[in-house]
Design a binder for this molecule. Sequence first.
Ligand code: 26V
Length: 822
Amino acid sequence: KATKTQPSPAIDKAAFKSAVIKHLHCTLGTDENKANNHAWWKATCAAIQEQVLEGLRKTQKSHYLNDTRAVHYFSAEFLMGRLLSNNLQNFGLFDVASGALKELGVEISDILEEEPDMALGNGGLGRLAACFIDSLATMELPAIGYGIHYENGLFRQEIKSGAQIERPDSWRDYGNPWEICRPESIQEVSLYGYVETKYGENGRVLKEWHPGSIVKGVPWDIPVVGYEGKTVNVLRLWQSESSGYFNWDVFNAGGYVDAQRENVQAETISKVLYPNDETEAGKELRLIQQYFFCSCSLKDIIRRYKRAHGDDWSRFADQVVIQLNDTHPAISVPELMRILVDRAELGWDEAWGICTKVFAYTNHTLLPEALEKWPARMIEKILPRHLEIIYEINHRFMAEVDKKWPGDNAMKAKLSIIEEGNEKMVRMGHLSVIGSFAVNGVAEMHSRLVKSSLFPEFDELYPGKLTNVTNGITPRRWLKACNPALSKLIDKKIGDDWPRDLDKLQGLTKFATNKTFQKQFMKVKLENKELLADEIRKSLDLEVDVNAIFDVQIKRLHEYKRQHLALLHIMALYRRILENPDYDMHPRVFVFGAKAAPGYKLAKDIIYAINKVADKVNNDPRVNNKIKIAFLPNYRVSLAEKMIPAADVSEQISTAGKEASGTGNMKLALNGAVTIGTLDGANVEIAEEVGDDNIFIFGLTVEEVNELKATGYNPHDYYYKDPEIKAVLDWLETDYFTPGKPGALVSIKQSLLDNGDPYMVLADFRAYSDAQIAVDAAYRDKERWAEMAIINTAKMGKFTSDRSIRDYVDRVWKLSSCKIES
Ligand code: 26V
């Protein structure tokens, strides 16, 4: 039986229509006859924004009147994507808007395409933050996201002759209809300068920081609409501006132009998102970005707290919890200490007591190159007082270590916030663990590794501090909005309350073997594949067969994610077909989406190789359309929303132990794709949910990876023992895929042989190929495959971000929801 839980919409079609027309006229200065799609899009946004702002006002009033404890999610990245369709969905106004626009002669799908993505993030970590603030609003929890108002988000990727080119992403060029500037809440942030030591009453040492420059932080608020529209929280993003009063000396000396140069420097802080995912660049500007948004956000929180509690700090930790999304905001720890000790003149112990009740930290990676460390010298130059505070925190921490492990200097060196060496470095992970009351990993397996290999001594020192909160995804965006056909089918079958209670999808299990439902389910999949096929045609001028298996690998490009393992396998298939034209396989379309960090040479080489192999394979008549390769450029949230509903197979093939969680794996399975994957990150938990029969697990386990590393892994063994591996790697050295340019793809072979194959691609190749043969066989049994696909959707309840947030609320944040009064 189908239940109806959606409340009736706040406004009807006629009212929505007049709101759109009003905004065409009064906000955009155009009319129904002149308006292009862009204007229609903006007018539609403005119409829904009226509802959004009404909700925002009520929410803020209720939170204020109830003096609620709130979570403050500090993140250098929020990968929001587009907001219009989401906001319409969440207000239950999608059909109203679509009907209203139709009567105005406008197709809603066309205007949705006008919206630029808000791509203020790199990948998993940034998108997780976006899913979390969606869940927080949906669950009516008092919450605010704090981040950076980058002028340029993650670069736009173009592919020229197979190679990645980066172009700037200026997402606000023609105005962003959602954001609200709040000049009344501007903050000032100090940088550089020196620290003066003074002596106060009864010999108290006072530290005064004389900054060398001051920049302004201007807040922009993006409303975050919860499902069914009751709570509207905000994402507050800080933009840097010149404060106008630094370097007045230069100005007064007649150096007007020089003073302007300082302005330009201040504005540089929020200019661009660093595009490195999982490699720390160690750039000064990056540290300034981090401090800039943390300092603005802390001051904003404190101002709000003081409005209610004055100078009484005793309740601060009852009202405020701050979640650090990785170590990027870790400088918040010494910044809050500075404010409490130097400004509020609290004693150190009292201040530290507050700090360590306020902060909690999430670790998102174990990769050594991604663990942030800053040169002490750099911190000293930019934030001289903070370095002193960090030393003081460390000094007291070392005393604690000595109590636990008396006289053990090796232990002290190991746990110290300061890494000694040629250049002293500040370990931001250690600072975060020491300054927080809770630390979590992002999937069961990852959290286990955080405890056992990243921070084992911290786990001993602080029992219970290290825990797990498995990641999740919002089913509003990642099923309801992106896959309307499947959503409607599910509504009909089990009712429409699954978007806020995803365990309800379990109800589909009993239809998994029902022939009629299987047909309906696979018909939706086919329609979604047709839509993606259109996209592939438009984007690449490539025809693909919708009856082929759509095999999808979408994620940042990184060696540990092993897109090159997928590539070697595709080359092997191609070779098998060339050697045997009757090679028996169901046709497959391999679809990729991936951006490489601009400075990551091998990652760019892998993109180039995929495109070059694609050129050859797609145009080789001998392949007889059994293989097509589609590398879709500029992978981003809005493209993911088109690819995910169309996927049959989800590639999750990272080296075991390397992918902290993965969240794309959850999105694809939720939309009925079957996973081929390693026992890594959340794949392990996905396998537990769907059962071994409904997933293709292959490859080395973490233990086996470590064992093989320890006993000496030699990729050459695999190269010489497996003729197919040898043939495929040797092929890369020829000019077969790069006519006239022999050796253009050789760096991949080199990394796998000469460079020791750090992610054990060759060790897993054969197991992967065998698993793909099993996938092929399973797909050919139409009913079996439909059953698997349905089970995958049905068993994804655990992976709603509502469950992740519920875990954080119960175990870390201790928050209560707040009903919004109308
Ligand atoms: C590092 C850096 C280094 C400096 C420049 C900018 C930058 C940006 C991001 C990072 C670290 C990214 C870590 C990350 O995204 N981890 C991913 O987090 C996901 C959400 O928890 C998780 O699903 C993925 O497995 C994990 O790789």
